[in-house]
Design a protein around this ligand. Structure first.
Ligand code: ZN
Length: 161
């Protein structure tokens, strides 16, 4: 069976930066399982997987525009320290969820603490990076009705979210 929309795909992958540094990989023996065509993978990787089948191996280089985008200055903001009321020790590198005016949560990381202000960065950590994927397709199957309704895969039929 080939990879197409509305199919659930299991892949083993290794993700490295342009300089070969390991960024991320699927756990040993445990593939990443996702629903194809539902926006669950970055577009540059999903496009290249279309049409592949179990056993296929491929290398994919994804430019930032087809990956996590370019970092935006607008996502770097200064907020008053009081906004973190209740947290004793703020440090660069700490991660939080910021809520925007529409009530949507966005992950942010503290970039810097500058007196009474905290500089938070809402860019994806991989924004601006060219991504090198080494992928092996482990399995392709039809999605269940429930998976299609939810827009994501349920590994081994278990509902784990
Ligand atoms: Zn679900």
């Amino acid at each position: 069976m080939n990879i197409a929309d509305k199919r659930v795909v299991s892949i083993h992958y290794t993700l490295t930066a342009a300089d070969g540094e390991l960024i991320d990989r699927s756990a040993d023996g445990e593939p990443l399982v996702y629903l194809h065509g539902a926006g669950n993978l970055i577009p540059g990787l999903e496009d290249e997987l279309t049409g592949k089948a179990a056993g296929d191996a491929l290398k994919v280089v994804v430019a930032p525009e087809q990956g996590y985008g370019m970092p935006s200055d607008e996502l770097v903001q200064r907020v008053p320290r009081e906004a973190f009321g209740g947290i004793e020790e703020l440090q660069p590198g700490m991660r939080f969820e910021a809520t925007d005016q529409q009530g949507n949560a966005h992950p942010v990381v503290i970039q810097e603490i500058d007196g009474d202000e905290v500089v938070v960065n809402g860019n994806h950590p991989l924004a601006g990076h060219t991504l090198h994927f080494d992928v092996t397709v482990a399995e392709v199957r039809e999605a269940t009705a429930e998976e299609l309704e939810h827009g994501h895969a349920h590994a081994d039929g278990h509902h784990h979210h």
